[in-house]
Write a protein of this length. Sequence first.
Length: 299
Amino acid sequence: MGYDNSNERFLIEQTDRSHEGVHSTIQGAHPEAQKTIGEAAINPSDFIYSPRYKKEDIERDLGLVEKREKQFEHDDSQKPAEVFEAIMLHQGELSNWFGQHAETIKTSRYDDIFNGIDIIVEFENTTAKELSHLGVAVDVTFGTTGLQKKIERIKKEIDRGELARVKYFYSEKEGVREPRDVARVVVGIELNQVVELAALWLQQKNFQYKEIRSKANHALAAHPASRAMLEEISLQLERFKDYANKNNKKALSDIYEKDLVIVKAILAEKQKAGIRMGELKDDRVYNSIKETVERLFPL
């Protein structure tokens, strides 16, 4: 049976905003989001003894991050995206948002800021006994140049015959610390959906009452956001594959095709479990991603 959020509306007041202009639920969830992201993020300092890295390069990158962080210090505009990112990291595995054979890996702050990849989704193909990786950029805005630039960046990478580069890649299953090229995609939902997810997430993590936690667990596991993100990824991989193929970038086309097969299989599982899009069919970020991809990568 699909997720019906009508009974959870008491959890939040969509119009309630703090004095800083950020929704109070986002404000409440942000410290927990920072903790989740901070604990999960790949640390470039762990790469110092890898033969692929030089200590001075790592120290320089950490310095660049520190400088950029100071610019973000009083910027609240990224809080919704950071909360959504933390929820994706947490629910990606706890609730199998990306399927039961996937893990979510938080990139280093360097790759987040300078390479535009927030999360790596590591898919395990149990039949072929191999791993596949997607680099995910998170967006919770619609109709903005920022979203278009992220998708235009992918088009330019394909034109050059390249994938996205993660400088500090770590996979526990592979046991490697190395730079890695991964297929890049953009996912997102709009603010009111992030607020709803944040309210459920806080209840799942903080409430003392088992009944409330159980209800929040169920709502998060069955939330249409997981279906929406997979639909966004599937559309992008399909269009990127065709575009790469038309432009004689067969190696890229093959990579997109391999990832697409995995994502479509997970979508079929969601469908079988009764997880549907619901009102997210009208989500403005979802539709903005869809329209931008279809415009930049026409059939």
